[in-house]
Design a protein around this ligand. Structure first.
Ligand SMILES: NC(=O)c1ccc[n+]([C@@H]2O[C@H](COP(=O)([O-])OP(=O)(O)OC[C@H]3O[C@@H](n4cnc5c(N)ncnc54)[C@H](OP(=O)(O)O)[C@@H]3O)[C@@H](O)[C@H]2O)c1
Length: 281
């Protein structure tokens, strides 16, 4: 049993971290409604759990509202909302247009706001509920050539910290999960900012992307994040944030204690300025 109830609405349930979490929770007996653009079908699990996929595009308020209303019509309430859907738009800052920035924020940040607008009134009225937002270690460290992605995840940090304080008197809790590199569909879905497709930053940009892709494709299994999410669901007073993975916990600790200039040096070394730099590693 957990302190919130067993009706879960989870975005990004068709792939990666969201899919692993949806399946883990359904196996544990939760009624899981999973949203994604290509969402369809239903899988029953033992102990009465199920994963019901629903098609919804988080960039479309009408689509989000229709999906949430559908779940409320059936279940009358949503106990736990997990905002997991996301993607990455990359490119040097100079080559990222406002349109590219909007594209990034539309899913990773505004998508969460659309979900919260639709789900929070019911939770606040019932004085019970849990919001879990999937941030990223990239929301703690600004990752070069992923400025739009990092900005969107920094924004999710602020949003969640505010949510926690605003919702506390209403019995609704919120927490951030901050994964490091995870092997998922995220790498294949990465979008290049339009002008970065023929970037003036040449080798430097290519090297940074190659490093990111290497780290992601050699990253942890998404089930490790799912287990952390489940552990947070069991807690009456969830922590503000949980970093996933020992190495990333250590890096986040270092960010807190080391001077910013030193952190900048470490990041510069992590993302070498040429392909040759990667080959030497
Ligand atoms: N992989 C990593 O290394 C990593 C690290 C830290 C944080 N994260 C975060 O973890 C979360 C999950 O990512 P993942 O790694 O599991 O990636 P993934 O395998 O690519 O999954 C992304 C999910 O988001 C959904 N999605 C994307 N755009 C959507 C939209 N407009 N409307 C509705 N659903 C949409 C996708 O479903 P459809 O395509 O069917 O719509 C898919 O289910 C993201 O927030 C990501 O930023 C990932």
């Amino acid at each position: 049993m957990n302190p919130y109830g067993n009706i879960v609405l989870l975005t990004g349930a068709s792939s990666g971290i969201g899919n692993a979490t949806a399946k883990l929770l359904a196996k544990e007996g939760f009624s899981v409604y999973g949203l994604s653009r290509r969402g369809q079908g239903r899988t029953e699990f033992t102990d009465g759990g199920f994963l019901q996929m629903l098609a919804a595009d988080l960039t479309d308020e009408g689509s989000v509202n229709a999906a949430v209303s559908h779940v409320l019509d059936i279940e009358k309430r949503i106990d736990i909302l997990i905002n997991c859907a996301g993607n990455g738009v990359c490119g040097p800052v100079e080559e990222c247009s406002p349109k590219d920035a909007l594209l990034q924020l539309d899913v990773n940040y505004l998508g969460i706001i659309r979900m919260l607008n639709a789900v929070l009134p019911g939770m606040r009225e019932r004085q019970k509920g849990l919001i879990i937002n999937i941030g990223s270690v990239g929301g703690i460290f600004a990752i070069p050539f992923q400025s739009l992605y990092s900005s969107s995840k920094f924004a999710v940090e602020a949003l969640t910290e505010c949510l926690r304080i605003e919702l506390l008197p209403y019995g609704v809790r919120a927490a951030l999960i901050e994964p490091g590199d995870i092997k998922t569909g995220f790498t294949g879905s990465r979008v290049y900012a339009k002008r970065a497709q023929n970037s003036s930053y040449g080798d430097k940009f290519a090297a940074a992307i190659a490093q990111m892709e290497h780290d992601e494709t050699h990253g942890m299994d998404p089930i490790e994040v799912a287990k952390v999410i489940y552990s947070v669901i069991k807690r009456k007073n969830p922590p503000v944030r949980v970093v996933v993975g020992f190495t990333y916990k250590l890096l986040v600790f270092l960010k807190r204690v080391l001077p910013s200039r030193l952190i900048e040096k470490i990041l510069t070394l992590m993302y070498p300025n040429s392909k040759a730099g990667i080959e030497k590693k």
